[in-house]
Design a protein around this ligand. Structure first.
Ligand SMILES: *Cc1c(COP(=O)(O)O)cnc(C)c1O
Length: 381
């Protein structure tokens, strides 16, 4: 890439080149079939996800988006007004809006400054008789070590819904066993939004579960709660995965491991470059927990001073960076009724001031990373 062309935060076209003809063929196949909603294309993709995640038959259920996946999961667990859901304030909006849409209450727990993920001790301390669900987010592609509080949650009959929208393919090794994101708890939720590690060419999502009753319920909820055609057992959603998306995602699933591995290599390269350029006083690289296979959906560093100045300087020098997320959920206008105030989650609030996402995507070149880090050096010199 030339020096004066802007490097975007994400360039999907680079990895798409690799699969363009395969995708075109798949789309053509769906067009020829003129069958666009659910059907064999979706079931085929669901089956491949079931085998990838080592789930039982019918344990993966495609739906319309990651936001709907969260909503369907909470509906399937009968979340009701008055119920509480323990979750993180440092995440994408949809994690919490799924809770409030059902009239239930998100209880925001502060995060760990190193992993940006929910603090598990504090999560336990927020449990009371109204707590129905624990909803951790594997943020930026790093797995939350749920097993540390799993028994405690189960003994109190609290369900676990994982927001794995950013972490398809991430895992954590516990006692020599690989635990994949999305299948550690009761229900896992994925998003296939185009920018995600496994992203379609439009909206899409999925819920997964090892519980056969929940799986059947989720399957019914995604089609208006229909039992047999036009006979409705309960009120559900219209939330189905399109055949075209499923056909495309099925191709991308084959490349996922390779692309995730590339992301990890790019992350390691950033870390080396910070060492080489002596930047560790200014830039904190993301911390990967021991035994975690972080898939770097985002590469988010902490810049304790002059973050916004650095961002502006990089923009002027043709490098795009982003802030995920600039405002905690407990401080969002639409959640004022929950009574959150500044200081409730000090770590999460600090992160909103310090985090900066650098470009990371399959096809990013090491010389582009090097020029970017060189510019960071120039800024702090
Ligand atoms: C993307 C995302 C969602 C929502 O997924 P959509 O497919 O965009 O609806 C939910 N939670 C997190 C953490 C996300 O990153």
């Amino acid at each position: 890439m030339s020096e004066n062309k802007k490097l975007p935060i994400l360039d999907l076209s680079r990895s798409f080149k690799e699969i363009h003809s395969e995708v075109s063929e798949a789309v053509e196949r769906v067009l020829s079939s003129q069958a666009f909603i659910l059907g064999p294309e979706v079931r085929n993709f669901e089956k491949h996800v079931e085998s990838y995640l080592e789930l039982q038959e019918n344990g993966a259920i495609g739906c319309a988006s990651g936001s709907d996946a969260l909503l369907l999961a909470l509906m399937a667990l009968d979340l009701k007004p008055g119920d509480e859901v323990i979750t993180t304030p440092f995440t994408f909006f949809a994690t919490a809006s799924a809770v409030t849409r059902l009239g239930a209450r998100p209880v925001f727990v502060d995060v760990d400054l190193e992993t940006y993920n929910i603090d598990l001790d504090q999560a336990l301390s927020k449990i009371n008789s109204k707590t129905k669900v624990f909803l951790p987010v594997h943020l930026f592609g790093q797995t939350v070590p749920i097993e540390k509080i799993y028994d405690e949650l189960k003994s109190r009959n609290i369900k676990i819904v994982e927001d794995a929208a950013q972490s398809f393919g991430a895992w954590r090794k516990v006692n020599d066993k690989i635990l994949r994101d999305g299948v550690m708890g009761d229900i896992g939720c994925y998003s296939f939004f185009p920018t995600k590690n496994l992203g379609g060419c439009g909206d899409g999502g999925m819920v997964v579960t090892r519980d056969e009753n929940l799986a059947a319920r989720l399957r019914r909820l995604r089609v208006h709660g229909e039992g047999s055609t036009y006979y409705h057992e309960e009120v559900g959603l219209n939330s189905r995965l399109d055949a075209i998306q499923a056909a495309i995602l099925d191709i991308k699933l084959k490349y996922l491991e390779k692309w995730n591995k590339q992301r990890r290599e790019l992350a390691a390269n950033y870390k080396n470059l910070f060492d080489n350029y002596d930047l560790n006083d200014f830039i904190k690289a993301p911390v990967e927990l021991e035994n975690n296979y972080h898939i770097y959906h985002q590469y988010v560093v902490r810049v304790s001073e002059r973050r916004d100045g650095l961002m502006k300087f990089l923009e002027e020098n043709n490098f795009t960076t982003r802030v995920y997320y600039p405002l905690c959920l407990h401080l969002q206008h639409c959640f004022e009724f929950l009574g959150g105030k500044p200081g409730d989650c000090p770590n999460a609030e600090k992160l909103t001031q310090e985090v900066l996402a650098l470009p990371i995507f399959p096809g990013l070149m090491s010389d582009e990373q090097e020029r970017l880090v060189g510019k960071i050096k120039e800024f702090f010199k």
